[in-house]
Write a protein that binds this ligand. Sequence first.
Ligand SMILES: *[C@@H]1O[C@H](CO)[C@@H](O)[C@H](O)[C@H]1NC(C)=O
Ligand SMILES: *[C@@H]1O[C@H](CO)[C@@H](O)[C@H](O)[C@H]1NC(C)=O
Ligand SMILES: *[C@@H]1O[C@H](CO)[C@@H](O)[C@H](O)[C@H]1NC(C)=O
Length: 457
Amino acid sequence: MLASFWKFTIIISFCLLPVKLEDDSDIPAIAKYFNTKGRYEEVNPYLIEDILAVNRSILQPPSAQCHEIHLTAIIRHGTRYPTTKNIKEIQQLYNIVLHNASGEQNWLRELQTQWTMWYTEDMDSRLVQKGVNDLKHLAVRLSKLFPSLISEEKLRGGLIKFITSSKHRCVNSTLSFKAGLTELWAIKDKEFDHAVNDALMRFFDKCTRFVQEVDNNPSAVVEVDKFKQGPEMRRVQEKIADRLRVPYCLITHDMTEAAFYACAYEFAINAVNSPWCQLFDEDDAKVMEYASDLREFWKRGYGHDINSKSSCILFHDLFSRLDKAANEIKSGQQVTEAVTVQVGHADTILPLLTLLGFFKDSEALTSTNYATQTKRSFRTSHMLPYAANLVLVLYDCGGSDLRLQPLLNEKPVTFSGLTGQQASMPLYQDVKEHCRELLHGCDFETECQLFKPPAEV
Ligand SMILES: *[C@@H]1O[C@H](CO)[C@@H](O)[C@H](O)[C@H]1NC(C)=O
Ligand SMILES: *[C@@H]1O[C@H](CO)[C@@H](O)[C@H](O)[C@H]1NC(C)=O
Ligand SMILES: *[C@@H]1O[C@H](CO)[C@@H](O)[C@H](O)[C@H]1NC(C)=O
């Protein structure tokens, strides 16, 4: 009896094992390194099992008395099609694979005979169906995480406000977030407005100094160009050329990037581990990841002061809303805006994260310190997948004890310098003290003028 039980168990284990392995192989080995083209599930892998799972124990308020009174969520749009530029590059690479590559590998045969160039230029960054689901599911999870704030009653009562960037992928993401809630509560008799506000959600376009000194200035990203021409990247290009058996000169940096994107897009959009992924091993992917991080660092992150300062307008908008809620609570009133949902871009979130001092490493990312930056915290694959979200929750813990909890992608992040027991949910007053200089300055108009007046002495 016992023997047959064990036999049975062993057979079951043998049967299950290959199935499990097959499941895993749907995920490219390099999926963790896709930067801003990564899937949200790679950041929170428990979602692969259950896309609506939440972990309320991460919130850990200091006392049972604490309850949420306001929440602002700044959310990146969901999964999208490639840009027109990326699509053209993928087409170019595909031509090389079709006409110049040779070899017997299965994945190469598959690319040459089965894969088709199904991307068309008119897809230009539009939200895909997976992106609709990204936002619907996020809405449901946030409502499970904060049931007293993101509730049917508050939505119907007009206490949840929606603001979006004008780009179609953002507007559609906003509609999807709302649909996630109205479908959850089966609301059919009512529609909910959203406001389009590019001054807030696309501040980077409106900040003249940023546009001139960084965005349109090649010398702002010299480190990126040097890295692209450096030994680590050259090695990746040569390995790809070797795998395809084509001359090294055919695999430029653009083609290498196109291959990496092709793998990333096929996975994010269609959930397939495509043959494009076979052009990279994990070491190659880490180099590609670094090249992108380097670019984000110099274009949107700590590389130049104006990058983060361009988000001053969003910063003040956020704190004025938190202050309003805090003041309403202190004077015994009802909070008039319980929830604000703001939908924008990776380029919206990264400057703000930088302004607030998150993910700052002791050393800058440069073209020459790839090897010493392997443990860096500035990692866009973790920070900014599709549907990335920065959520700030204000809690009333009784008396005048107000607390603010920042969450990035549904996980607590701590303000540097605010350490100690309650670091993940500091006093709102301490956060304001931490941001004192920004609260009294950080004026968008002043920072973004081309010729910034000298600081007062
Ligand atoms: C939930 O979060 C807690 C605290 O961070 C952690 O210890 C626990 O493993 C998490 N549970 C799941 C299912 O992820
Ligand atoms: C790649 O293939 C195209 C089309 O057959 C051909 O014109 C071109 O010379 C090839 N390039 C190299 C470097 O072999
Ligand atoms: C996005 O919105 C446009 C209209 O603005 C609509 O034509 C399109 O079908 C929408 N796409 C998705 C995926 O919802």
